[in-house]
Design a protein around this ligand. Structure first.
Ligand SMILES: Cc1cc2nc3c(=O)[nH]c(=O)nc-3n(C[C@H](O)[C@H](O)[C@H](O)COP(=O)(O)OP(=O)(O)OC[C@H]3O[C@@H](n4cnc5c(N)ncnc54)[C@H](O)[C@@H]3O)c2cc1C
Length: 425
């Protein structure tokens, strides 16, 4: 698929991508449009075997990358299936007292690439990103490592990609988009560190039925809300889709299959493990049991206002999942080669600021642009991409780390401040 005739300047370049997450799929789309022979190797046996989250806040970093990489029909489908933008960002106490309110930017077009400021259903976005990549995404084929020919740092060598199933693939460029535990990063930058911040998030989803809508405090109906409850916090985000994914696909790109989705409220109860009333070992055991995680979330907010408790009570308990907050330590510059990394594989960050997916997509757009600029100098293009990515990527890690710390603090003023910075862009 794609439109190779338009700018097939990378015709014949063989690219292997490790990981069919948001960054890897976006990159594959952009490279395919540019004429590359791209293949994505994904560890999971299929696209929907793990819970990966529901609502994703996206901004212009994602908008511009998606516009660059996706064929126009898929970009239109993305815009049609976004959620309606938040109108207001509110900080509440656990007794529903409004501590701070910020109005959203009403002037800019929230769905245009350069001013994007909305949210999406993650599964829908991932399905759109996979549109037209049939035969190019290989599920159940984890990347275990790689080796390079002696000339691989020049434009003559090649990379041998070692797969966990014993297979091998040869490529002119390998991109590790294989997430926070990246096998490619471990081989490429063995000293790069990712630390566990100790923060734990219990994520859940409550369908937006009439009963739930009636229960929703007015602030939660307006979009994104943070509840400050001492050592435990909660973030909520409403997802009201502009158009049902399945009908939008039928109208705009009938060759893409989108799973039906309904409106819902995403919530995340955040705290250190001990504040959830369990130690980390027990939390690890509980992570395989969504109903136990749901019980822990309910218990963590048991003294809160009944309307807030009701929203968690009415959730789809079996959809609850645990996220351990991890954060990458900045890495000093390294020599570019025919192997590189993007997204969480290099700059994993706290979800507190809603920046990880935006940055992963931005990486994909920047790498595609760099390769198109110098099609005959792959290593040079990788070097320019990495230099730019290190700067904005690790800045985003630091901003998210601070936001995470401030979310956990009792001071609502500081929390309001990061909310303001996050949304007043
Ligand atoms: C609950 C939650 C909410 C979030 N909300 C937001 C938000 O609102 N906004 C935002 O910008 N960010 C958000 N984030 C962060 C965002 O989800 C990540 O930063 C983003 O998914 C990173 O994209 P990626 O492509 O780098 O990695 P991923 O999306 O994690 O994809 C990596 C892929 O690689 C695969 N893989 C792993 N190992 C291998 C291997 N060895 N070989 C092959 N494949 C492999 C994995 O199975 C996976 O499919 C949130 C995260 C969570 C958990």
């Amino acid at each position: 698929m794609g439109e190779p005739g338009e700018r097939a300047v990378l015709h014949g370049l063989r690219v292997a991508v490790a990981g069919a997450g948001l960054g890897g799929l976006c990159l594959a789309q952009g490279l395919l449009r540019a004429g590359c022979d791209v293949h994505v190797f994904e560890r999971d046996p299929g696209p929907d075997v793990r819970r990966q989250g529901y609502r994703l806040h996206l901004d212009a970093r994602a908008g511009l990358a998606l516009e660059r990489c996706l064929p126009p029909a898929l970009f239109s489908l993305f815009q049609a299936t976004c959620a309606t933008p938040s109108r207001r960002f509110t900080v509440l106490s656990e007794r529903l007292r409004v501590l701070h309110e910020t109005a959203g930017d009403q002037g800019a077009d929230a769905y245009a690439a350069a001013t994007l400021a909305t949210s999406v259903n993650r599964r829908t976005l991932r399905e759109i990103l996979a549109g037209g990549l049939d035969g190019r995404v290989h599920y159940g084929r984890a990347v275990a490592g790689f080796s390079q020919d002696p000339g691989a740092d020049s434009d003559a060598g090649a990379v041998r990609v070692h797969l966990a199933d014993g297979g091998e693939e040869e490529a002119d460029l390998l991109v590790g988009a294989d997430g926070v535990h990246s096998a490619v990063r471990r081989h490429m930058l063995p000293n790069a560190e990712v630390v566990d911040t100790g923060g734990r998030c219990l994520y859940g989803r409550t369908p937006l039925t009439d009963a739930v809508s009636a229960l929703l405090p007015p602030a939660l109906l307006e979009g994104f809300t943070a509840v400050v409850g001492g050592q435990v916090g909660m973030a909520t985000g409403l997802v009201r889709l502009r158009e049902r994914p399945e009908s939008a696909a039928g109208r705009i790109a009938p060759w893409v299959q989108l799973t039906p989705a309904d409106d819902y409220l995403m919530w995340a109860v955040t705290a250190k493990a001990r504040e959830l009333g369990v130690d980390d070992a027990r939390l690890a055991d509980a992570s395989a049991d969504p109903t136990e995680l749901h019980r822990l979330a309910r218990r963590a907010i048991r003294s809160w206002h009944p309307d807030l408790r009701g929203l968690v009570d009415l959730a789809e308990a079996e959809q609850t999942f645990l996220v351990r907050v991890r954060s990458a330590v900045p890495v000093a510059a390294w020599a570019p080669s025919r192997v590189t990394v993007l997204g969480d594989a290099i700059h994993a960050m706290s979800p507190a600021r809603g920046s990880g997916a935006n940055t992963a997509l931005q990486d994909a757009g920047v790498l595609v642009r760099a390769l198109i600029e110098t099609p005959d100098d792959v290593v040079g293009a990788v070097g320019r991409y990495e230099e730019e990515m290190r700067t904005y990527g690790f800045a985003a890690v630091e901003a998210s780390r601070k936001a995470g710390e401030e979310t956990g603090a009792r001071g609502a003023g500081r929390l309001a401040f990061w909310l303001y910075r996050r949304f007043a862009r």
